[in-house]
Each structure stands twice: as C-alpha cells, then as structure tokens.
Design a protein around this ligand. Structure first.
Ligand SMILES: Nc1ncnc2c1ncn2[C@@H]1O[C@H](COP(=O)(O)OP(=O)(O)O)[C@@H](O)[C@H]1O
Ligand SMILES: [Mg+2]
Length: 252
C-alpha cells in the first residue's frame, strides 16, 4: 500500500443535533490522499451524519470541515467536485430513465468536461471500474447489484475527486460480490490516489480495506487508530465488544 500523502479533508470538532438530541459530538479526523479511513459503529451511532457533514450536505452546529486546508463551502463548485459519494442503495441512486452513458455524461458535464470528450472519458471511467463500452447503452436499474455499484463508483470518479465518501457501499451486496467491489475500490485508489472515508457497520470489511478506523458510539468517537492495532488490541470496552462479536477478527 502506498504511503498516505497530504491531508485532503479535515474535520475539527464537528457536532450536530436533531431536535435537541446530539447525533454527532466533537468528531475530529484527518483524511490523507490515497488513504482509507473507516468509520465503524452500530446503527444510530452517527456514521451517516458524519458522512453528510463531510459531504457538505449537513451543516455542523459546531466545529468545521476543511478541504485542502480551506473551509468547506458547498457553494464552491470546485470543492463540491472534490468530494464525491457512493451510497449503499444503488437503485435509489440512479434516475430510472437514464442509461449508463447519460449518467456518466451528466456527471462529466457537471465536472466541466467538454461535450466532445465525454464519451471517450465515459469509456475510460468504465474501464477503470472493470466494465466495458457495451455497458453504455444499459440502464443501471437493469444491471446486477455489483455492476450497478461499479457504475456508481465510475460516476463518483467523473470529476477526479480527492475524496469519495462511501456510506455502506457493499452492505446490500452478496458476500462474493462485496469482495469484488472492495478489490475494485483498492485498485481505483492505487490508480488515482483518491482517499476514501469508508463507513460500515461490518468490521470484517473495514479490517480488509481501511488503513485507520474511527469507532463511533452514541455520536462520539470512542477509539481511533490503525485498523491492525484497533482490532487486535482494542482499548475501549465498546470496541472490545464489537471485536469479540466477530470470531475471525478476535482470532486474528
Ligand atoms: N435528519 C435527521 N433528523 C432527525 N434525526 C436524525 C436525522 N439524521 C439522523 N438522525 C438521528 O441521528 C442519530 C444518528 O444517525 P445516523 O447518523 O444516521 O447513524 P448511523 O449512520 O450510524 O446509523 C440517530 O439517532 C438518528 O435517528
Ligand atoms: Mg448510516
């Protein structure tokens, strides 16, 4: 694995409440180029809210996010292109009327790629995710779950982002397909140097893919560090509990 580079996205003490109830409190992290930072925690622990804050879709009540050392403002088009997302639910992520060609052409248009270059660039993006030009005429909804997730990754790559936020990107896929998509994410990172903020409730997946991990509970980060260390020598009782529940991790 290549050494991680400069900090591309930094969260400083971000917090968010809904109706007076804290969903995320005082969360800080730095994500470096070509690095994968995992966020694990049970349902409701604040992972998606943290992801949405990183994406600029939810404004934090406290703290701030920086992209390449500059305050993150969703109004800034260049910054917006720099942080992309891949969701779990790939069906909801696509307009049912669109072909893959149209999905990618639109993403490239938003990224400022001139019309005459869009088709060739679309084919390159498909190649990057292990699909071919023959998929351009298909509709994402008619593809398999794994293929659809590949198209979602290609679309996220269209503006050549520094960061892709992946919120449970393989949780809806069969286990064998999960492994293929995780391998693809690794290949894409090696090729492009993109950083991933990788959210999952599945410790096995995080162990496989991530360099470092944040463990969230009730909106707070209770532990963080390199995945090897956190999962082999968990310090916080909650992390110990999570790791103990996964026999193959506890044994590793
Ligand atoms: N838009 C919202 N309105 C009200 N409550 C929300 C909203 N988004 C998240 N929450 C609450 O914030 C907490 C954290 O949710 P979330 O970030 O989705 O956790 P996770 O992704 O770890 O399951 C939960 O209690 C959830 O109900
Ligand atoms: Mg979530």
């Amino acid at each position: 694995r290549r050494a991680a580079g400069e900090v591309v996205l930094r969260a400083r003490g971000v917090g968010k409440s809904f109706g007076g109830r804290a969903a995320v409190r005082e969360v800080s992290f730095a994500l470096r180029a070509a690095e994968t930072l995992g966020i694990v925690g049970e349902s409701g622990s604040g992972k998606t809210t943290t992801a949405r804050i990183a994406l600029g879709l939810t404004a934090p009540d406290t703290g701030a996010v920086e992209i390449h050392g500059r305050p993150w403002t969703r109004g800034d088009r260049a910054q917006r292109r720099d942080v992309q997302v891949v969701y779990q639910d790939t069906l909801a992520a696509f307009d049912p009327r669109y072909t893959v060609a149209k999905v990618l052409a639109e993403a490239l248009a938003v990224a400022g790629v001139p019309r005459e270059h869009r088709r060739a660039r679309s084919v390159e993006l498909l190649e990057l995710v292990g699909l071919g030009a023959e998929h351009l005429s298909r509709r994402p909804l008619k593809l398999s779950g794994g293929q659809r997730q590949r198209v979602a990754i290609a679309r996220a790559l269209a503006p050549s982002p520094s960061v892709i936020v992946c919120d449970e990107p393989v949780s809806a896929l069969d286990v064998s397909v999960q492994a293929q998509v995780l391998d693809l994410l690794e290949d894409v990172q090696r090729e492009t140097g993109v950083a991933y903020l990788f959210i999952s409730h599945d410790l096995g997946v995080v162990h496989h893919l991530c360099d470092r991990v944040l463990v969230m509970k009730d909106g707070s980060v209770v532990e963080e560090g390199p995945v090897g260390t956190v999962f082999s020598e968990p310090a916080h009782p909650y992390t110990k509990e999570l790791v103990a529940a996964i026999p193959r991790l506890a044994a590793a």
